[in-house]
Design a protein around this ligand. Sequence first.
Ligand code: SAH
Ligand code: SF4
Ligand code: F3S
Length: 477
Amino acid sequence: MAEQHSRFVSEKELDRQRAFIEKIRKRTAAFTAEKGRPPYYHILTFGCQQNEADSEILSGLATEMGYCESEDPAQCELIVINTCAVREHAEKRALSITGQLKHLKAANPAMKIAICGCMVSQEHRRDDIKFRYPYVDILFGTDKLYRFPEYLSARLDGGKRSFSIPDSEGTIAEGLPVKRKNAFSSYVSVMYGCNNFCTYCIVPYVRGRERSRRPEDVVKEVKTLVEAGCREITLLGQNVNSYGKDLERPYDFSDLLKEIDAIEGDFWIRFMTSHPKDASKKLIDTIADGRHIAHQLHLPLQSGSDDVLKRMNRVYTFAQYQELAAYANERISDLAMTSDIIVGFPGESEDDFAKTLEALSAVRFDSIFSFLYSPRKGTPAASMEDQIGEAVKKERFERLLQLQNSISKEKNDRCEKSVQKVLVMGRSKTDDSTLTGRNEQNKLVHFKGSDSLIGRFVRIKITKAETFALFGELEED
Ligand code: SAH
Ligand code: SF4
Ligand code: F3S
């Protein structure tokens, strides 16, 4: 299909970008020779794993251009803010940080500021930045990541501020440099964009249409990571179950999982996100029969009310969801299921909300991510009648959390006294004497141990369970 291939950024275009990288390298080398230190960059990332993965590419590009990462934005020559638009709160935070950069740039006029990501793929936000934040140098949407060197080079050469207009179809750029945050746990995007247009959601407007990477490109990337010692690979897509629909041959996400599962090594495969309307029994069977596929499934329900689901355009009923969940639990007895729930969707009645509570009691998720509905400009739900007041949303949210917390605690309690394989992620953020890892079900596990264990699989005897984490002791081999 010619159409599919046209989504790929051409080699010629990528070469053009490499020439801009070279050009900036000469400039940064001169900077280093003059100042006795390299120019520094700092990237701030909001939003989901997809944005984290994009920031690793931006980081790779900045590194190739001769910049060095710094934790301190005040001393940087280059600052990038990678934004999210999924809820108002995320946008407010990004705008407030952008506001704070004003005085940093005043103190260091050579600093270049780039804003990218989902928020600025919306026209009204592009205008906000253009007119209210005149010290922002360049702005580009998620589809133009690969042109970052070009935009930066033009601005460094004294060009005008640049504001790219997103291509709503989106692009796929292979072979961009990646500087990964973590060598033992990595994200790999398998597809980009979303075609579902759930009525509350901004993502399809800011991430373009669904497009799949070629299976061979994904498999090669995973193989390289595993060979380099990576222990956990999370495959990313807004709706991974749509993977392959735009490929030339019949090939779906389960086929991709099977190919990755055949790679030799000691590693876990995780993936997100599955849309319940497309999550098939084949997918569940693939997880059940896999060697490396973690027994964990994130399957966003959003609401337990069929009426609300319909108005959300989710295209499944709670009964259909429940049937799939039951099949998954039957096939994979130690499966952990997690979900997303939106509270206070327009028109959500007390009765609708009660159905969501009943759904939580029936499915018994290990944990959920719950959100207060946030109207997004340009989405159908934002102009629906009967928007729910903040006080009602918050009161329902509290009830939802109370119920879920008791379910999470009960589910975690069942892990007590078991021995779990855990990937050690690092030191606990709140207690420096403790290491934190994740088990196959993606539950947090805290225990005492030395730094040398970070990035390794260990065995932990669980001694205590709490609502949000398990605690245990290292089992010696
Ligand atoms: N593609 C994924 C996740 C998209 S965003 C999926 O379909 O599940 C992650 C979560 O944010 C969604 O699952 C939803 O629960 C929540 N979300 C999206 N838009 C929202 C909005 N306008 N208000 C509140 N929560 C929202
Ligand atoms: Fe948004 Fe729905 Fe697409 Fe998920 S599937 S990104 S919730 S539109
Ligand atoms: Fe946010 Fe964009 Fe992800 S809107 S949730 S960063 S896809």
